[in-house]
Write a protein of this length. Structure first.
Length: 332
């Protein structure tokens, strides 16, 4: 078990913020997770790879991280993964072992534990459709728990772990149900199809599909190892139909997605771009030049500088569109 004091979190957040925590503990087994869970005192922060996290100051408490590794086959196409496994390595492992269904989720940063908290998704796929169960240890008691997919109450980038179960459990394992049928692929979302066509591939293998997703993502998103970021910084707002119709009259080219008879979703990235922020900076914090939804650390930015940029952008969007956009990233 790792147990450090006054520990730098620089390697534990993809924004590249050099904040410290008072104590850093890491569990490598279920027993260690139970020991930590029984002794843990507030304030504490559970983290994975910190790829959905913005640290604005030193954390005066305990940061808990899972270093629980391992991918084991439970049945033909069911696997049980340690929560500290890197998600993309699990996807690569699946493709290499002829287990299909995770390819569209290739290259999403972060770890297995967080995949079950966040319900990660991309290119028309969501991890909830692969999750069979989540194993965790209850904080305070050390009790072992197994939750079914239904109990986790998954929604769009959402789960019970973000609400009533927030900070209540240390996730130790996630069981994923994959498929042995390589032909059940989802290739029609985003620019996957056009990229396959460009490569002259009609029916891709899982490995080819994974490579296309990786290449599209690499072309569009900054690599956190090079440029600090946490992916999409803001959630896409859902607005009332009346408000949407007013906006559409003013901006006929505005992209939008139908939610239900009363609501429409508007891409926050489009609004930020309209406000002229794409590629721009405020101090050492900036907006990615290929995707305005992504805020970046241009080098040496503090968490507060990134929050400043976030608030300036929110004000501009509010002034221009009358819409409040909210961060998706956990700001601590
Ligand atoms: C370049 C880039 C691209 C991205 N693209 C996507 C994308 O396409 N789709 C998408 O969905 N997300 C995307 N993200 C966001 C991010 O990858 C996901 O949110 C990911 O699941 C975060 O994983 P993490 O291990 O870094 O978790 P963290 O950010 O460290 O934590 C996320 C949440 O999980 C909780 N948590 C983590 N581990 C545990 C555990 N063991 N037990 C209990 N709780 C835990 C934390 O408390 C926190 O609430 C992107 C991020 C980046 C940097």
């Amino acid at each position: 078990m790792v147990n450090e004091v006054d520990y730098s979190l620089l390697q534990h957040n993809t924004f590249g913020i050099d904040a410290k925590c008072r104590r850093f503990v890491e569990y490598c087994s279920v027993e260690e997770a139970q020991e930590i869970a029984r002794r843990l005192q507030e304030p504490y922060l559970l983290i994975g790879a910190g790829s959905n996290l913005l640290l604005t100051k030193d954390f005066e408490g305990t940061v808990v991280h899972s270093a629980l590794k391992g991918i084991e086959t439970q049945s033909d196409s069911r696997i049980r993964c340690g929560s500290g496994e890197t998600w993309d390595e699990v996807v690569a492992w699946c493709v290499g072992h002829r287990l299909y269904g995770a390819e569209n989720l290739s290259l999403i940063p972060g770890e297995v534990g967080a995949s079950a908290v966040q319900n990660i998704g991309a290119y028309g796929a969501e991890v909830k459709d692969l999750i069979a169960s989540v194993e965790a240890v209850e904080i305070g008691t050390g009790r072992l728990c197994v939750f079914s997919r239904e109990e986790c109450q998954y929604g769009y980038r959402d789960s019970r772990f973000k609400h009533e179960w927030k900070n209540k459990y240390l996730i130790t394992h996630v069981v994923y149900q994959l498929s042995s049928d390589e032909s059940r692929q989802s290739t029609e979302y985003g620019n996957i199809r056009s990229e396959l066509d460009r490569r002259g591939i009609q029916t891709p293998t899982a490995a080819e599909l994974r490579q296309v997703v990786i290449d599209i993502r690499n072309a569009k998103l900054p690599d956190p190892k090079v440029t600090g970021n946490a992916g999409s910084f803001f959630m896409n707002p859902v607005v009332e139909r009346k408000k949407f119709e007013q906006l559409l009259a003013a901006y006929p080219d505005m992209p939008h997605y139908y939610i239900d008879a009363d609501h429409e979703k508007i891409p926050a990235g489009w609004m930020i771009d309209q406000c002229g922020w794409k590629g721009k900076s405020l101090g050492k914090a900036g907006v990615h030049d290929k995707q305005a939804l992504v805020l970046v650390n241009r080098g040496g930015a503090t968490g507060l500088e990134i929050v400043d940029l976030c608030e300036t952008i929110r004000n501009d969007v509010r002034e221009r569109f009358g819409i409040d956009i909210h961060p998706e990233v956990n700001i601590v």
